[in-house]
Structures are given as structure tokens and as C-alpha cells.
Ligand binder design. Structure first.
Ligand code: ACO
Length: 401
């Protein structure tokens, strides 16, 4: 590992690394990935162990603080998060300003950015208590804003957070209409959602987390940083992939069309890729995909879901895993492939899929932001470029061009 910034200072040389495939932008003690071996650790703990034994809120504590909480620490943390779940009444006006069919990611990004307008009195970034409070506020309010965005988009009244419920149950309660809704307070559903939030909680310097850090490096407030992360997550090459997976499955439509979809994905001219396959870092199986694959089958069994699209998904997985093109390029199903299927089984609407990802990833984003604030080596992010434009030339008045 070479410290290129030192080399640049001394020689004026800099490196070209489009897409940052070979550049570490910071030092971080939060998440470790070994893409070749399919290893993912949060603060040293294997994702498999956290998925089996922990809860999303405990994982959020771990990511933010570096250690697992004891019972008293966890109770205090849970109490603090619960205390901040409500959204300011005036914030509803922001939601009402959106067109009724706005994408929930647009509403989430907008309302999260607007939090800085509500909590500017506690935004002294030099004060560790202020920083911690902002992080907890974001963790607490993102699910409330996410559910409110969804309900606004379908014309239903907003449901307030019920603070006698746990994190995931509270979110499900805010999302769905009827108190007897079978998905609400179903332990398998709650466990599946909790698991998805754990798996999505952090993934080192992915595009959205790097965006949070880039904006954070300018000294911008944490709400602006996380809103920027949300917008970066939106794209189909990143968090938007889970929504794109479902759209793709709908387009394929029937298990008998799977072979032609695979053939199309192999044809570079088609411009079509199998959504939910491949990963920049994992060139082995994505360890999160292994865990979620198991949960997918459990949820489908428990809920007795009989959906032809899920059949398409299973056939596609089978076909791609046996195809030389995908094997050679190490293109395995990633976490987004399965998360979309689970969300669909849980009756979470497709346009909410990336929002669900954002709820989980908020734990990672705020942890990176907190870490960056106390990093003595942190400086403003300012990449260079290779200029490919015109040589110097003289201005020509409009009439002579
Ligand atoms: N379907 C078909 N071919 C693919 C796919 C795919 N999903 N992904 C990559 N390839 C091919 C490329 O065409 C390329 O082929 P070539 O070597 O013959 O030119 C080769 O595999 C390598 O692809 P790159 O684009 O160089 O790989 P990169 O690491 O840059 O991209 C990415 C990773 C963006 C995830 C890519 O695999 C992709 O677009 N996947 C589909 C979208 C997706 O699922 N995104 C979610 C990412 S995970 C997350 O955000 C949690």
C-alpha cells in the first residue's frame, strides 16, 4: 500500500484510477471485507454470527461505538433511539409539497436533508454529544420518514411511531394500514426485515458511504451528509439494484423466458445486464447473499407465497450459476438479488426497496461520519482529473462564430 498523497506532494505526480478501484480514500476501523474469500466483518465480528445472534439495533450500536453493548448500555441506547422517533409536525409540510406520485427515495432524501433546518441548535460539530445525538436522531427518524413518504405516496394518513414496539415492528406498524395486517407483528417477517437491515448496515467505502464521507469532509452537517448518501444509493448500480431486480423479473415474466434473458445478458451489444448479479468487491460469493438466500426460502415457506416471479428468480439463479460466462467472470447473485424477493414476499412495494436499504445503511453512514469527525488525518476530499478538453484558445465574439 503506497501513500500516494505524500508522493504527489513531493513530485507533483498523481494517479489515474477511474472508479477508485485501487484507491483507499481513508483509514477505517468499522468494516473489513475480503472479496476473494467472501469475508465480511463488522468491527471484527463475522457477519454470519451477527446475523444469527444479534439484532439490527445492537449492530448499529456496535458500528457506531466499536464494541457490543452490555445489557445496560443497550437499554440506554434503545431508549435514546426510541426517544427520537417522532418527526416534527412541520416536516409534514415538506412531504405535502411533493407531487403525490413522487418516488419515496426523492421524499426521503429531501426530508432527511431538511432535518438540518429543524435541529440546527444542536449542530456544533466540535461537540461529541451533539455529534452522537445527530447520529441517533438519524437512526431513529429515517424509518419514520421512510414510512411517512410511502404512506403519502399512496394517499394514506401518516401513522405515528408506536414507541412500545421494537425498531422493526415499529417500522412495520408505521408502514401498513390495518392493525390486524398479517405481516405486522409476524415474528418471521420481523426477523427477516431485521436480518436485511443487519446485512445492509455497512459495507466499507461503497459509493454511498464514500459520498457521505466526501460531503462530511467539507464540514457539512450530518443531515446533509446522510441525504447525499441516500441519493448516491438510489442508482441501479448500487442500492437501486433491488428495485431493478424486480423490474427485470417482471420483464422476464415467465420461467420459460429465463434462458433467453441469460443469453441477452451475455450479449454485450444488448446493453442488458442481469440485475442483482456481480459485485465490485466480491469476486467470490457475497457472504450476505448466502445468509439471505436461506432466509428467502424460510420467508416464502412461512408466508406460503406462491408468486410466479419468485419462480422466475429461482430459475434465473440456477441458470446463471451454471453458465460459463457468469462462472468465468465470478458473477454471483448479490444481496440485492434476494432482498428484492423477500421485500416482495413481505408486500413491500417495489419503489420502497431502495428506501429499505437506506434504513439499514443509515447505521453505517452515521458510523463513518462519526469516525471521520475524529480522524486526525481526515482532509477535504478533492480528487484530481485527467483533462481531455481543448488546448488554450482565444474567445470569438458571437457574431463571428
Ligand atoms: N450481467 C451480465 N454481465 C455482467 C454483469 C451482469 N450483472 N455484471 C458484470 N458483467 C460483466 C461485464 O460486462 C464485464 O464483462 P467483460 O469482462 O466481458 O467486459 C465483466 O462482467 C466485469 O464487469 P464490470 O462492470 O467491470 O464489473 P464491476 O466490478 O465494475 O461492476 C457491478 C460491478 C456494478 C455490481 C456489476 O456487476 C453490475 O452492473 N451488476 C448489476 C447491478 C447490481 O446488481 N448492482 C448491485 C451491486 S451490490 C450493492 O450495491 C449492494
Amino acid at each position: 500500500c503506497v501513500d500516494v498523497s505524500k508522493l504527489t506532494r513531493e513530485t507533483g505526480l498523481f494517479t489515474y484510477d477511474s472508479g477508485f478501484t485501487a484507491t483507499a480514500s481513508c483509514k477505517s476501523a468499522i468494516t473489513y471485507i475480503d472479496g476473494d474469500k467472501g469475508v465480511l466483518l463488522y468491527r471484527g465480528y463475522p457477519i454470519e454470527q451477527l446475523a444469527e445472534h444479534s439484532s439490527f439495533l445492537e449492530v448499529a450500536y456496535l458500528l457506531m461505538n466499536g464494541e457490543l453493548p452490555n445489557q445496560a448500555e443497550f437499554a440506554k441506547f434503545e431508549h435514546e433511539v426510541t426517544h427520537h422517533t417522532m418527526m416534527h409536525e412541520s416536516l409534514k409540510n415538506f412531504l405535502h409539497g411533493f407531487h403525490y406520485d413522487a418516488h419515496p427515495m426523492a421524499m426521503l432524501a429531501g426530508t432527511v436533508a431538511s432535518l438540518s433546518a429543524f435541529y440546527h441548535d444542536t449542530l456544533d460539530l466540535e461537540d461529541p454529544a451533539h455529534r452522537r445525538q445527530a447520529a441517533i436522531r438519524l437512526l431513529a427518524k429515517v424509518p419514520t420518514l421512510a414510512a411517512a413518504a410511502y404512506r403519502y405516496s399512496i394517499g394514506w394518513p401518516i401513522r405515528y411511531p408506536r414507541n412500545n414496539l421494537e425498531y422493526v415492528d415499529r417500522f412495520l406498524h408505521m408502514m401498513f394500514e390495518v392493525p390486524s395486517e398479517p405481516l405486522e407483528l409476524n415474528p418471521v417477517v420481523a426477523k427477516a426485515l431485521d436480518l436485511l437491515f443487519i446485512l445492509h448496515a455497512d459495507h466499507e467505502q461503497n459509493a454511498s458511504t464514500s459520498t457521505v464521507r466526501l460531503v462530511g469532509s467539507t464540514g457539512a452537517n450530518p443531515y446533509a451528509c446522510i441525504a447525499a448518501g441516500i441519493t448516491a444509493l438510489w442508482g441501479p448500480a448500487h442500492g437501486g439494484a433491488n428495485e431493478a431486480v424486480l423490474k427485470m423479473l417482471e420483464e422476464i415474466g415467465d420461467a420459460k423466458n429465463v434462458a433467453s434473458a441469460v443469453a441477452k445478458a451475455k450479449d454485450k451489444e444488448s446493453g442488458f445486464r442481469l440485475m442483482g448479479f456481480g459485485h465490485r468487491v466480491y469476486k467470490n460469493f457475497d457472504p450476505r447473499a448466502k445468509i439471505i438466500r436461506e432466509m428467502t426460502h424460510k420467508v416464502l415457506g412461512e408466508l406460503g407465497v406462491d408468486d410466479p416471479l419468485l419462480e422466475v428468480a429461482m430459475r434465473l439463479e440456477e441458470a446463471a450459476l451454471q453458465d460459463e460466462y457468469f462462472i468465468q467472470r465470478k458473477l454471483y447473485p448479490n444481496v440485492d438479488f434476494y432482498s428484492g424477493i423477500i421485500y416482495k414476499a413481505l408486500k413491500i412495494p417495489t419503489e420502497m426497496f431502495t428506501v429499505m436499504f437506506a434504513i439499514g445503511r443509515t447505521a453505517g453512514w452515521v458510523s463513518h461520519w462519526l469516525e471521520q469527525q475524529v480522524d486526525p488525518e481526515a482532509k477535504i476530499g478533492r480528487p484530481r482529473q485527467i483533462y481531455t478538453g481543448s488546448d488554450v484558445r482565444d474567445y470569438v465574439p458571437a457574431g463571428k462564430r
